[in-house]
Write a protein of this length. Structure first.
Length: 196
């Protein structure tokens, strides 16, 4: 398991990468070693949901129409694990929509950190009814009701790590003003380094 320091213009977060998702964790660690994330911005921020980064275009501009490589030129096979779900502060891999990505392969570089919100039993029951791939354990239900998260993403996006300190930074970033595309009006830059 790796530990990383995610430094942002709004504060620092310490995170661990899971050994249960070795493909994603090793890939992330290798990109960190290469300095891939240094200078990028959080380009998609949705309050009570998540904050996303890893788009290489944002190193020089936050303009979504900029012509440049968006990602590294590969995807990763999904590593869904019933024990790893979208509770608050987890790190997961972004990916293309099911319509163009039926295998649900992950982006090689883009990831998001869940802010989420708290859910009621009724809301969780509705998710189970609407999305047949979702089944919640008693532990998950309790976490989603007391801690919060984004349960509708479970088993559809690979969770591969979690923020263990500096969780308040997620809330700060998630609260910034954004445009109609959920891009922060002011750049929130980051750098990431391995610390263990």
């Amino acid at each position: 398991m790796y530990t990383v320091l995610i430094s942002t213009s709004m504060g620092d977060m310490k995170a661990v990468l899971y050994s249960e998702t070795p493909i994603h964790s090793e890939n992330f660690a290798e990109l960190v070693r290469k300095g891939f994330y240094n200078g990028l911005t959080f380009h998609r921020v949705i309050k009570n949901f998540m904050i996303q980064t890893g788009d290489s275009r944002t190193r020089k501009t936050n303009d979504p129409s900029a012509t440049a490589i968006t990602d590294v030129d590969y995807t990763l096979p999904s590593e869904f694990n019933p024990a790893l779900y979208h509770r608050r502060a987890v790190i997961a891999a972004a990916r293309m929509d099911d319509s163009v990505n039926p295998k649900r392969e992950s982006s090689g570089s883009q990831f998001y950190i869940v802010q989420g919100r708290k859910f009621t039993d009724k809301e969780l029951d509705q998710l189970v009814y609407k999305q047949v791939h979702i089944k919640f354990t008693d532990e998950q239900r309790n976490i989603y009701k007391t801690v919060g998260g984004s349960p509708h993403l479970d088993y559809a996006y690979t969770v591969f790590g979690e923020v263990i300190s500096g969780i308040e930074v997620i809330d700060k970033i998630a609260s910034v003003p954004v445009d109609k595309n959920n891009r922060p009006l002011e750049d929130i830059r980051l750098s990431i380094k391995l610390i263990e």
